[in-house]
Design a protein around this ligand. Structure first.
Ligand code: NAP
Ligand code: 8YV
Length: 324
């Protein structure tokens, strides 16, 4: 074994290069191919005290690392990190809240307008020379004008989306488990009640057992034939098979999706539908915002080992570092 005394950080698979640059000489970085516990050799197990991850740390990987203290996730959503298991082990999990709110909210507005006004199809039409050969692009059957928008989730990003939508002059309502006291929008105690009340649903809840497939056939029926669904939280919240059915049958009018159940795989039936606007999970994907996220990943690791306290621990693991 080496006599390196720097804390060892495990990177399983890919990591944003800025995270690795920022960790610099303070840490020893150990790379393995995947988050599968079988990748952990006795030498790695004896050293690793932290993990930097793109949202994939199963319980088995934590259990293969006796000295593990911290899992620093690149992303605000940490549904791929078993935070409940980390809590039982006294391991702190950190994520990247706040620094991406505005970027993801901007993307959501773009996706909403693309879906309603068919702007990507209009651009493809121009690029294909059809404006010249066939004349003006067909009028969009849908518009944001006169719509009422329901937000499923009104946390950091949901609120940033709502603030933007206020400027568009649409009616706003929301569903969360706990109503907020600091917003003027109408709260609905159930998602079904929200879907009955609005014609446009923006899905910005975390992926979890409590949200899995909650946007389903019942919700599409409640939205109605003018209904539009925009999904920017996590793919598992939307029942994709039921969504395809609802779009094909005209139960709802259109959908815009940035996240999918089995990324990067997108069902061909969705790709084939002209009433769907699709993005490859780019909500936060600008260089500036990804740099800010990378800095927060690195700063959490640095703070943990230098001050004994992480900057943005998730709610399941509000731990401080004990002398170990
Ligand atoms: P947040 O501040 O924790 O907000 C989550 C919101 O969802 C809260 O309003 C919460 O309210 C609500 N919620 C959670 N579980 C619920 C349930 N079972 N039923 C109803 N409402 C529920 O999180 P955030 O920072 O806004 O991020 C939200 C999610 O967006 C992330 O977890 C991530 O998955 C996703 N995301 C996607 C991208 C992208 O690139 N597409 C980028 C960033 C984030 P209550 O707790 O009161 O219910
Ligand atoms: C990231 C995200 O693109 O923060 C999140 O939860 O979904 C996105 O901002 C993703 O986590 C990077 O892996």
């Amino acid at each position: 074994m080496s006599d390196d005394t720097r804390p060892a950080i495990l990177v399983a698979g890919k990591m944003n290069p800025r995270v690795l640059d920022r960790l610099g000489n303070r840490f020893e970085i150990l790379h393995v191919d995947s988050a599968d516990p079988s990748c952990i050799t006795p030498d790695i197990a004896a050293k690793v005290r932290g993990i930097a991850t793109f949202n994939k740390v199963p319980a088995g990987l934590m259990d293969a690392l006796d000295r593990l203290e911290i899992v620093a996730n690149f992303g605000v959503g940490y549904d791929g990190v078993d935070a409940a298991h980390a809590a039982t082990r006294g391991v702190v999990v950190t994520n990247t809240p706040n620094v991406l709110d505005d970027e993801v909210a901007d993307t959501t507005i773009g996706l909403l307008l693309n879906t309603l006004r068919r702007l990507p199809a209009a651009e493809a039409y121009l690029r294909a020379g059809k404006w010249v050969s066939e004349g003006p692009f067909p009028l969009s059957p849908l518009t944001l004008r006169g719509r009422s928008v329901g937000l499923y989730g009104l946390g950091r990003i949901g609120l940033a989306i709502a603030r933007r939508l206020e400027a568009f002059g649409v009616e706003l309502a929301y569903h969360t488990r706990t109503p907020r006291s600091d917003v003027p929008y109408r709260h609905h105690t159930s998602l079904a009640s929200l879907a009955e009340a609005v014609d446009t649903l923006v899905v910005i809840v975390p992926g979890s057992d409590s949200t899995r497939h909650t946007v389903n056939a019942e919700i599409f029926k409640a939205l109605g034939k003018n209904g539009v669904v925009i999904s920017i939280g996590r793919g598992i919240t939307v029942d994709e098979a039921a969504l395809v059915e609802a779009l094909q049958s005209g139960t709802i009018a259109a959908a815009g999706l940035d996240v999918f159940e089995n990324e990067p795989h997108v069902p061909q039936a969705l790709i084939d539908l002209p009433t769907v606007s699709l993005l490859p999970h780019v909500g936060s994907a600008s260089v500036a915002t990804r740099n800010a996220m990378a800095d927060l990943v690195a700063d959490n690791l640095i703070a943990w080992f230098e001050t004994g306290e992480a900057i943005t621990p998730v709610e399941e693991t509000p731990f401080k570092r004990q002398a170990r």
